[in-house]
Design a protein around this ligand. Structure first.
Ligand SMILES: Cc1ncc(COP(=O)(O)O)c(C=O)c1O
Length: 392
């Protein structure tokens, strides 16, 4: 069976100037950008080779096949019936997100985001002239949560809020909103006349014991929701630049598509299209294998943190290959990621870059070969004890 194999030869990855591997000096191990190090399914390689062998590099109409390919994947993976005619394509997920946000709000109107949050979302309001509003996660002993009552309060206070932008599942906490919360979010947004842009790029990598429901499967969501996703995170294809927006309402699709000059939004290239289609058509077993493998990494992380760094506070994520660690008791200063880069020679993501709630945190990517993962732990954990004299 096609199983994820390691792709961690640092020389090859540096030569390709992959940002994850090539940003830092050679002695640094990368555990930052949300990109895993596993070889995509063989069908993806076959698709890419086919394009190269044919030499058919011209303009293509093949993007139209993304709709049926995604609909088939959504049905098998998420029991979600997508109308292929209502799938549109673009170059990456962030492009689809920004296109939807700017189509569904005017300058000066409010965009709600959920900090701590995937940090590019923090740039969207400031760079598009929208007003940034925050529906913050709360943390208790069981983990990080989004409380729909807090959303209701934000929207009641801010009548010019027009769009709620979700990372579903949530990056960096790995939280998956449950069906009851999703239903309430849709009800609250309907009451306040707010659209929902749901970035579901991490939606395939969900723990088997957790139920993930795409937002567009929630009754009442169709008229106000855009789901933006791609094969990039699941299959580590981010450099191939191909993503989709999924609608369930033709009018909403048309509104988003026609809000921008037709030539502004790019078109994915054939290699990205063929690789994405191959992944969605043939990558189901491979994805199950990856989810299992990520589960093993988190088992091991839990074991090692408990034994070697009990001062670290964390909650095992329900999705993603990212661990969100509270290292505030470890005396690493206001930018623990920078301190760890210097002392442990491991590059992690800095919590404060994810906005409010990120203080004292780091995000660690566990999606790598076992030996690399163990080395990352070997290097990091000696620095994650309790600081002399108590907290940070
Ligand atoms: C939640 C989320 N959205 C979007 C992206 C980026 O996707 P793309 O490169 O397709 O814009 C990432 C990458 O880490 C992500 O975590």
């Amino acid at each position: 069976m096609d199983r994820p194999a390691d792709l961690t030869d640092p020389l090859v990855r540096r030569r390709a100037e992959l940002v994850k591997w090539a940003r830092d000096p050679v002695d640094v191990l990368p555990a930052w950008v949300a990109e895993h190090d596993f070889r995509p399914p063989e069908a993806v390689f076959a698709a890419v080779h086919r394009v190269a062998d044919e030499g058919a590099f011209g303009y293509t109409r093949r993007a139209a096949a993304l709709g049926p390919a995604y609909a088939s994947w959504a049905r098998r993976r998420h029991a979600w019936e997508v109308d292929p005619e209502l799938v549109t394509w673009h170059v990456d997920v962030l492009q689809g997100v920004v296109a939807a946000v700017t189509a569904l709000s005017e300058p000066g109107e409010g965009l709600v985001i959920t900090p701590p949050i995937y940090f590019p979302f923090l740039d969207i309001a400031p760079t598009t002239g929208r007003r940034q509003l925050e529906w913050r996660l709360r943390r208790d002993d069981t983990g990080w949560h989004l409380d729909p009552d807090d959303l209701d309060a934000v929207l009641s206070r801010e009548p010019d809020a027009r769009v709620l932008l979700l990372s579903h599942p949530h990056n960096p906490t790995g939280r998956v909103l449950d069906p009851a919360a999703l239903a309430r979010i849709v009800e609250i947004c309907a009451r306040h006349d707010v659209h929902i842009v749901s970035d579901e790029i991490h939606g395939d990598l969900v723990r088997p014991d957790v139920e993930f429901r795409p937002l567009l499967t929630v009754p009442g969501a169709a008229e106000r929701t855009v789901v933006v996703t791609s094969a990039a995170k699941t299959f580590s294809l981010s450099g191939l630049r191909c993503a989709v927006s999924v609608f369930a309402d033709p009018d909403l699709r048309s509104r988003v598509l026609h809000a921008h000059p037709p030539l502004l939004l790019g078109h994915p290239g054939r290699v990205g299209i063929e690789a994405t289609i191959a992944a969605w058509e043939h990558g189901a077993d491979w994805t199950d294998g990856l989810v299992e493998l990520i589960g093993r990494r988190f088992d091991r992380l839990a074991e090692r943190l408990a034994a070697e760094a009990p001062a670290v506070r964390w909650h095992r994520p329900e999705a993603t290959f990212l661990a969100w660690l509270d290292v505030s008791a470890c005396g690493l200063g206001p930018r623990p990621g920078a301190t760890l880069l210097e002392r442990a020679r491991v590059a992690v993501s800095e919590g404060v870059d994810f906005g409010e709630g990120g203080e004292g945190h780091i995000r660690v990517n566990v999606g790598t070969a076992e030996a690399v993962f163990e080395e990352i732990c070997d290097r990091l954990l000696p620095h994650l004890g309790v600081a002399a004299g108590g907290g940070a």
